[in-house]
Write a protein that binds this ligand. Structure first.
Ligand code: SOE
Length: 400
């Protein structure tokens, strides 16, 4: 139930999970109304986590008013209007569908689900709830990097002409050490897949978001370089501490996934998602070449966008660096004076802002669960292609 806080109407948020993503989302809910003028402001009502002790400590530290040990309690509460799902993928479908059926707006971390079947059920539940004004969105937070939002605008404005090539990479190296423990992100039952779903999903979404085109078909290779690792505390995440001596277990997901694809506008695309790019900590890179120009972006320098305008005089033409911190740039004007940089956490604040705005203005937020399902279908096509030595696989034909 929306409540009035001073002049503005608040929306109660209940967040499930409080690890890496829970911390990032908490930061966003805490800061969003201080920087953006919103039709509805969030109230951080309650956080849910399985262990009471950890949930209470996390709620206290991250700024939540209360803690629950069962997500169902969040859904039952009248003071919770939004359910924010920050748990591993194996729980997304159950929580999201229950929340939507209870009339709560839902923000769900990516990838939307662990399987296409789950994603279909979620998209259907979202569509049913939508007719009652209940909103849902999937958390592809990198759409809210100002440089990538600007990249999309430049493509839409025709500054690149016809898109010929998309080159997308998401390079990390946090499990290069074979002694890095077997955290949940390396467990197929929990995570659905490895590098593919966790970071490949981001470049699939980013490439489609920026170009406005969809991936139609793929040929893929996937690999797991380290097949056994020390057992760890199952809830441990990125940067987990050494596991101690609990024995070893099997890695059941991919360490790396590579694929080529054809885009709906005719562009040829390549994608590489890996956790074994030694020295590359968190490099989401996108280069797009069009008939009239090119764009290049690297998340490790996330305030910059490189633009090549092929219509310029060849004497002075060349890639130029746009520092995406001007008031005219997406989201940037709400923060600091020109040239004062933004970071990873701001993308989640922008995501919260866009979601609250959509709820407040009764419009559909983007990316929708249907968009999340489409990315899930690309992930599924990649997995099926890799299982058949790279055989060309159309996206979406598993449901045909
Ligand atoms: C969250 O958006 C996320 O995809 C994490 O799940 C990845 O592990 C991280 O490295 C990028 O962000």
């Amino acid at each position: 139930m929306a409540m009035t806080d001073g002049k503005r109407t608040t929306l109660g948020v209940g967040m499930v999970g409080h690890a890496f993503m829970g911390r990032a989302h908490s930061h966003a809910w805490r800061s969003v109304s201080a920087f953006f003028d919103l039709p509805r402001v969030p109230a951080m009502v309650a956080l849910a986590g399985r262990s009471r002790e950890r949930a209470v400590a996390a709620a206290d530290r991250l700024g939540w008013r209360s803690a629950e040990t069962d997500w169902r309690e969040l859904i039952r509460r009248d003071d919770v209007d939004i359910i924010d799902i920050c748990t591993p993928g194996d729980t997304h479908a159950e929580i999201a569908i229950a929340a939507l059926e209870a009339g709560k707006h839902v923000l769900c971390e990516k990838p939307l689900a662990n399987t296409v079947e789950e994603a279909v059920a979620m998209a259907e539940a979202a569509e049913r709830a939508r007719t009652d004004g209940v909103r849902s969105m999937v958390g592809f937070s990198y759409r809210r990097v100002p440089a990538l939002t600007l990249a999309r605008k430049l493509v839409a404005d025709g500054r690149l002409g016809t898109i010929r090539h998309v080159r997308a990479q998401y390079l990390q190296d946090w499990i290069v050490d074979p002694e890095f423990p077997l955290v949940w992100r390396l467990d197929k039952d929990k995570a659905g897949s490895g590098a593919l779903g966790d970071i490949g999903a981001h470049i699939i979404d980013a490439a489609q978001f920026v170009t406005g085109e969809q991936i139609l078909g793929v040929s893929a290779l996937m690999g797991t370089f380290v097949e056994e690792r020390p057992l760890a505390d199952a809830s441990a995440g990125l940067g987990a501490a050494p596991a101690g001596d609990r024995g070893r277990g099997r890695v059941t997901v991919d360490d790396a996934a590579l694929f080529i694809g054809r885009m709906s506008g005719g562009a040829l695309a390549s994608f590489e998602a890996t956790r074994f790019a030694n020295g590359r900590r968190n490099a989401l890179r996108l280069e797009i070449n069009g008939s009239a120009g090119s764009l290049a972006f690297d998340l490790e320098s996330m305030n910059e966008l490189y633009f090549y305008d092929g219509t310029e005089d060849s004497e002075t033409a060349g890639f130029r660096r746009i520092l995406v911190t001007e008031p005219v740039h997406p989201y940037a004007g709400a923060w600091w004076p020109t040239g004062h940089l933004l970071g990873y956490e701001h993308t989640f604040t922008h995501q919260a802002k866009d979601f609250l705005e959509a709820i407040g203005t009764e419009t559909d937020p983007s990316p929708s669960f249907a968009d999340g399902l489409q990315v899930q279908e690309v992930l599924d096509a990649v997995t099926r292609s890799a299982g058949r030595n790279g055989t060309w696989t159309a996206v979406g034909d598993s449901r045909a």
